[in-house]
Design a protein around this ligand. Structure first.
Ligand code: MRU
Length: 361
C-alpha cells in the first residue's frame, strides 16, 4: 500500500461529506470497511465497541465527536445547543476509561467552547471542527517527530518485538511504536518486527501484522506466550510499545500483556522502549496504581467472533490494560525527544518545557 500524508496507506479517521468516517478495526484485516458518524453518541459507541482504538486515535475520534454534535445542534435553540454539548462531553467521557488522550482531547475541545461562550452556535461549531482537524494533523506531526527521535535508538539489523497495535491504525497516522520502526526503516536500516498476537482482541495478529505487511516491513507473528522463548534464543534485540497513559512517576499503562513483555525484556537485558505523545502523560495520576484499568466483557476471553471455546458459565477476568513500572522502561520516546530511564523528575521537567513552548506559539 502506498505511503500517504498519513505516513502509511491506511486512513484511520477521515472527514468526508460533513461526516466522520472511521475504518472498522473489529473486522480488519478480513474486511476494509469505513463506518460513518454524525453525532457524539455515535462516535462514543464507535470508541466503546472498538471500531476505533488506540489512545491517540481515540482522542482524535472524541474531538470529532464534539464537533459533530455542535454542527448537529447549531441550527436549533441556544439552550438546546448548550445542554446538548454538555451531554456530548459526558457520553464521550464514558466511552473508555484508560487512554488519557480521550480526556485530553475533550478538555481541548471544552476550552474552545468556553473561550467562545458569547459567540453564535454556528461559529462555535465551525471552530470546533477546525480544532478537530488540527488535533488529527498534530498527531501525525508528533508521530513523525517521535519516529525520528526513536529511530536513533534502533540499530541496523535489529529485530524489534512490539505488542498490540501502536501503528497508523492506533493514531491519526504513522503510529507511535510503529512510527519509530517506520522511521528506522525509512533511514535505511534493515529492521524486522516480531508482532505478539495480543490476546484477547488480537490487535497484533489482525492489525500490526496487516499494517506492516502493507508497508513491506518484514513482520513475523507469534502468540503472546512465545516472547520469552525467542528472547532467550537471542532472536529479539529491542522492544518498542505504545502507551495509553503514563503516570507522573513514569509508570506506563498499555495493552494487557505489556508488563509481562517488560519483565521478560529486563530478564534478558533487552531495551524496552515506550513511544507516546506528551498528550498520553497524565500529571494528575501520581503513579500507575491510580490509573483506571478498563475491564471488558468476558466474551472476549471465552471466544472470538461467534466461536466459543470455554465452558458455559465459566468465571472470567478481562482487564484490558496493565501497568509497567517505570523502573522497567529503558526510555520514553516523545515528540520532544528521548528520555532515558524516565522518572518523576524527568517527567515533570518534560511537561514544564512542553508547557513553556506551547505558550510561545
Ligand atoms: O484496547 P486498545 O486496542 O485501544 O489498546 C491500545 C493500546 O494498548 C496501544 O498500545 C496504545 O493505545 C498505544 S496506541 C499508539
Amino acid at each position: 500500500m502506498a505511503a500517504t500524508a498519513h505516513g502509511s496507506g491506511v486512513e484511520t479517521l477521515r472527514w468526508r461529506d460533513a461526516r466522520l468516517e472511521m475504518i472498522d478495526q473489529r473486522v480488519l484485516p478480513a474486511e476494509i470497511v469505513y463506518r460513518d458518524y454524525d453525532s457524539a453518541a455515535g462516535v462514543a459507541e464507535g470508541i466503546r465497541s472498538m471500531v476505533v482504538r488506540g489512545a491517540p486515535a481515540i482522542g482524535c475520534a472524541a474531538a470529532y465527536g464534539v464537533a459533530l454534535e455542535a454542527l448537529r445542534l447549531a441550527g436549533g435553540p441556544r439552550a438546546q445547543f448548550d445542554s446538548g454539548m454538555e451531554a456530548a462531553f459526558r457520553v464521550l467521557a464514558r466511552s473508555r476509561p484508560t487512554a488519557v488522550n480521550l480526556f485530553w482531547a475533550l478538555e481541548r475541545m471544552r476550552s474552545v467552547v468556553q473561550s467562545m461562550s458569547a459567540a453564535p452556535a454556528p461559529g462555535i461549531a465551525a471552530r470546533l471542527l477546525a480544532e478537530a482537524h488540527e488535533t488529527l494533523a498534530e498527531d501525525i506531526r508528533n508521530n513523525r517527530a517521535m519516529g525520528a527521535h526513536g529511530a536513533a535508538l534502533i540499530k541496523d539489523g535489529t529485530t524489534v518485538l512490539t505488542h498490540c497495535n501502536a501503528g497508523a491504525l492506533a493514531t491519526a497516522g504513522y503510529g507511535t511504536a510503529l512510527g519509530v520502526i517506520r522511521s528506522a526503516v525509512e533511514s535505511g536500516k534493515r529492521i524486522s518486527v516480531i508482532a505478539d498476537e495480543t490476546r484477547p482482541f488480537l490487535q497484533g495478529a489482525r492489525l500490526t501484522a496487516w499494517e506492516l505487511a502493507q508497508d513491506g516491513i518484514p513482520v513475523t507473528l507469534i502468540t503472546d506466550n512465545m516472547a520469552g522463548h525467542l528472547m532467550k534464543q537471542g532472536e529479539i534485540q529491542a522492544v518498542v510499545v505504545g502507551a495509553d497513559r503514563v503516570a507522573a512517576n513514569a509508570d506506563v499503562a498499555n495493552k494487557i500483556g505489556t508488563y509481562m513483555v517488560a519483565v521478560l525484556a529486563r530478564r534478558h537485558d533487552i531495551p524496552f522502549y515506550v513511544a507516546c505523545p506528551i498528550s498520553t502523560i497524565d500529571a494528575n495520576v501520581p503513579n500507575g496504581d491510580a490509573i483506571p484499568i478498563e475491564e471488558r466483557d468476558g466474551a472476549e476471553v471465552t471466544g472470538y467472533q461467534g466461536v466459543r471455546w470455554a465452558p458455559e458459565g465459566i468465571k472470567v477476568r478481562n482487564p484490558a490494560f496493565d501497568v509497567t513500572p517505570a523502573e522497567l522502561v529503558s526510555a520514553l520516546i516523545t515528540e520532544r525527544g528521548v528520555i532515558a530511564a524516565p522518572d518523576r523528575a524527568k517527567i515533570a521537567a518534560l511537561l514544564k518545557s512542553a508547557a513553556t513552548r506551547a505558550n510561545w506559539k
